[in-house]
Design a protein around this ligand. Structure first.
Ligand code: ASP
Ligand code: MG
Length: 461
């Protein structure tokens, strides 16, 4: 049984250049007594570039693929040079170089065959995290931290659903315990690449784009960590978008369900589904800012503590179109909704909010150019109207489940605003409605003033 530990995950921008990696070293140094395990993404934009080379090679364009690989090599060499100084860099050079030889050989192979499979895609993509984890380990060692590289492909075992493989937790946990546990016991800092894993047979897989947060949660859950820290470049989750409303405040503690509702509205900080393995084990997840490391960030927990404010946050999503489908002749007709949803499916348009009456259905979708074609298709079933320049506003808070009459407060504040659709999700912790897009700033500001004028100091900063 390993001693207690924490997981610290650093995203692409947090390891994007030498300066950023030095900040990582400082932050990790400050946590050494807590026994950190470090999980890193590829350097910013590297995964995209690797996938671009893979596609170029797959289409037989060897020259482009290799040119891109050379640029990548340069960026990593330059960063390593800055971080390590000449003597150490000379030692480390060969190690990085060997990875690039392998990458280039792979790209040559792919272009010779002229075919890119999901399996080779993952192999190419894996270099981003392989390289960044080596770089960060070397940088830490050079700056006095006793770090040990752990190849995540030796620990995280998945099925063979390449490009979005699913972890096999039992095997993964056993390997984490035997490979990472002893390092923690020896006071060393294990450094692992996020996103990458392998099958039982040792074939490289990846666990889906943005997967490093998921890796951090897998490692944290497997190791029974005390907490997981997701280091990004924002202070945490906010009561609302500060660009919309300068009064926005940081949320200190939020429940997993609340964070999941907000994620949908592009609270880009983190996709909560990825940290579910940790939440299920009651391990708190913190969002922290590597540019402002003393800020205590946002803590995501399974069950939110009591909050005196009705809501945790107000989110808004613009560029929404309402599609109204009215079918008087089909009143209650069996299969009507099914055929409507099938039409959306055929046009690959995702529906956000739905509200129905006996004779009509209103649906919201992100505004996009396929809506006229969808409408033409739906015309065969019913009368169709659509209207763009709408926005969804969503208030989120666990109190919605418990306290009656909250909706009356909300709509009371907005008695002069034309509200088009209203819905309360099955999770019962969001109140969502649709308004004209140009009303978003004033509506959000008014609601924020009404519901966040006084803040529960336990929950908000
Ligand atoms: N590097 C991977 C990606 O860009 C994984 C991650 O950063 O989370 O998707
Ligand atoms: Mg990310």
């Amino acid at each position: 049984m390993a001693r207690s530990c924490i997981v610290m995950k650093f995203g692409g921008t947090s390891v994007g250049d030498a300066k950023a990696i030095l900040r990582v070293c400082d932050v990790v140094r400050g946590r050494l007594p807590l026994h950190p395990i470090v999980v890193v993404s590829a350097m910013a934009k590297v995964t995209d570039q690797l996938l671009q080379m893979a596609r170029a090679a797959g289409s037989g364009d060897r020259k482009t693929a290799l040119t891109l690989a050379r640029e990548l090599r340069e960026r990593h060499y330059n960063t390593a040079g800055e971080l390590l100084g000449t003597a150490l860099f000379t030692q480390f050079h060969g190690d990085l170089g060997a990875e690039f030889e392998e990458l280039e050989e792979l790209l040559r192979g792919i272009s010779a065959v002229g075919e890119l499979t999901p399996r080779t895609t993952d192999h190419v993509a894996s270099f981003g995290e392989v390289l960044s984890s080596k770089l960060v380990t070397a940088a830490m060692s050079a700056h006095g931290i006793e770090a040990s590289l752990v190849d995540s492909r030796d620990c995280i075992v998945t099925d063979n659903a390449f490009t979005r493989a699913t972890p096999l937790f039992d095997d993964t946990n056993a390997r984490l315990t035997s490979l990472v546990g002893p390092l923690v016991d020896q006071d060393r800092v294990p450094v692992m690449g996020g996103f990458i894993a392998s099958t039982h047979k040792g074939i490289t897989t990846t666990i889906g784009r943005g997967g490093s947060d998921f890796s951090a949660a897998i490692v944290g859950a497997g190791m029974g960590a005390d907490k997981i820290e997701i280091w990004t470049d924002v202070d945490g989750m906010m009561t609302t978008d500060p660009n919309l409303c300068p009064d926005a405040r940081r949320i200190k503690t939020i429940s997993f369900d609340e964070a999941a509702e907000l994620a949908y509205f592009g609270a880009k900080v983190l996709h909560p589904a990825t940290v579910l393995p940790a939440i299920q084990k009651n391990i708190p997840v913190y969002i922290l800012n590597s540019r402002n490391p003393t800020c205590e960030g946002t803590r995501i927990v399974a069950r939110a503590p009591h909050c005196k404010n009705f809501f945790k946050a107000i989110a808004a999503k613009k560029r929404i179109t309402i599609v109204d489908v009215a079918a008087p002749r089909m009143l209650l007709a069996h299969g009507f909704l099914k055929s409507i949803f099938e039409a959306f499916d055929r046009h690959r348009i995702a529906v956000d909010v739905v509200s129905t009456s006996e004779v009509s259905v209103s649906l919201t979708v992100d505004s996009n150019e396929s809506i006229p074609a969808l409408a033409a298709d739906l015309e065969r079933l019913a009368d169709v109207k659509y209207e763009g320049r709408k926005a969804i506003v969503c208030l989120v808070g666990e109190n919605l489940r418990e306290i009656p009459g909250i909706a009356a407060h909300v709509f009371g504040e907005l008695s002069d605003v034309k509200i088009r659709m209203i819905s309360q999700g099955a999770s019962e912790i969001n109140l969502t409605f649709v308004i004209d897009e140009d009303q978003v700033p004033s509506v959000v500001q008014r609601l924020h003033k009404a519901f966040f004028a006084e803040l529960d100091p336990e929950i908000f900063a």
